[in-house]
Design a protein around this ligand. Sequence first.
Ligand code: TNX
Length: 506
Amino acid sequence: MTTIAIVPAPTSLTELPGDGFTLAAGSAIVAAGDTAEQGADAAAVGEYLAELLRPRTGFELPVNPAGTDAAAGIRLVIDPTAAPGYSLHVDSDGVALAAASAEGLFLGVQTLRQLFPAQIEAALDGSSSVADDVAWVAPAVQIEDAPRFAYRGAMLDVARNFYSVAEVKRYIDDIALLKLNVLHLHLTDDQGWRLQIDSWPRLTEIGGSTSVLGGGGFYTKADYTEIVDYAASRVVTIVPEIDLPGHTNAALASYPELNIGGVATETYRGTEVGMSNVDTTAEATWRFVEDVVRELAELTPGPYIHLGGDESLKLSAADFSAFVARASAIGAASGKTVIGWHEMGQSSELAPGTVGQYWDFVTPRADAAPHTLSFVEQGGRVIMSPADVAYLDMHYPDTDRLGQDWADGPTSIEEAYSWDPAAIVPGVDEAALLGVEAPLWTETLDSIADVEFMVFPRLASVAEIAWSKPGTERSFAEFSPRLLAFAERLDALGIGYHRTPELDWR
Ligand code: TNX
């Protein structure tokens, strides 16, 4: 009998007696909804599923509207009265996947693909050929599932090193596998400015010309929109970050008027943090913030923009607090909800509802806890990214080839798995959490291959914390065989990962 191994763990999974469903040459996908619009939404998910399943099976897998085809197959139904999440039923007659929205169906498809043998996954680079010696059987099962948190994120730092549109799209596919639904793009830092801003063109001309390890690069508005649209097709929301008032050397090198003293800095390829900030009192700085936020909000269909706020180590507490209060108000006036790193909570005058992103350790140090609680007191919620367990650029225990280790040394898969976001900051409980995010800083990461090496398999640990409800029975011992099965899928997809000595990799 096939073992069923789903990552992240679903809310409930019941194995059913019987043979399961065999996908065959004559199988069809049927897409249904109560209205024409729901039918079209279901068909779009059906086409995505068909594209996943066609290359290796060689089957045609037409996507048909409800009622036109009686062939055994996979039925996708949008039913607005369905519970949140999705439900999935598999038996020898076929597969029935139901959800209240296309998003729920898409998440259910991520579970369904994991029911088929790993060889059904086609390499992301398109290099796979048809495998005609595999029985494409999904075991008989009933699954009910819904996420723990609405915000399940990964962050990619495209400022320290630049990743092409194609690489970012690949990363979106990588994270969607694990039912993550947010990609936070860290678009600006000391070493690079990566987004076209029409009203301040030197940001990309000069600020975009450098990176830590390679050349520079930036996204034109068309590039950026292409990324946002691709993400939407994978039910992923892009959260763009412009880091202010610190981590701004790329802007300071581009425009003298943003600097204290009015002289532009040199561009920067080093990896120190905390040495830069804009002149928080200059009139030019506030024109810059207004213009950048306006153009960013125009490019952003999602609800959030991230305005940074971390590590402005040279600013006085009073100047920093005044800056983030005013910047958060400008962000909120753009119609978006502002997110900031937890230091922003130093200000008690943030725009109401501003979301805090916690990056201190599982045991908070210094003022990290009160600064984080401050967002909740000001009507916002919190995203948990504790650096000692959720920063995926930390070394693995057995290799320092890539990454850093400032956040309490190396991080194992088990450490990335064994923490509870609701038990970190007193007063920031389940209800105060918007979600969980796994950031990846890229000072040492030159390519998407390096990115995948650091992220997998530990991203699966964090994704399970973000997805699986506290009542779901799980432990690292229970997670391990599921993760090993998931790794076979990564092999088939051509996604690199690091085989730490913690597990007995196949
Ligand atoms: C701190 S943690 C940073 C990043 C660096 C990272 C690793 C945080 C919010 N900021 O700017 O990339 O350390 O060096």
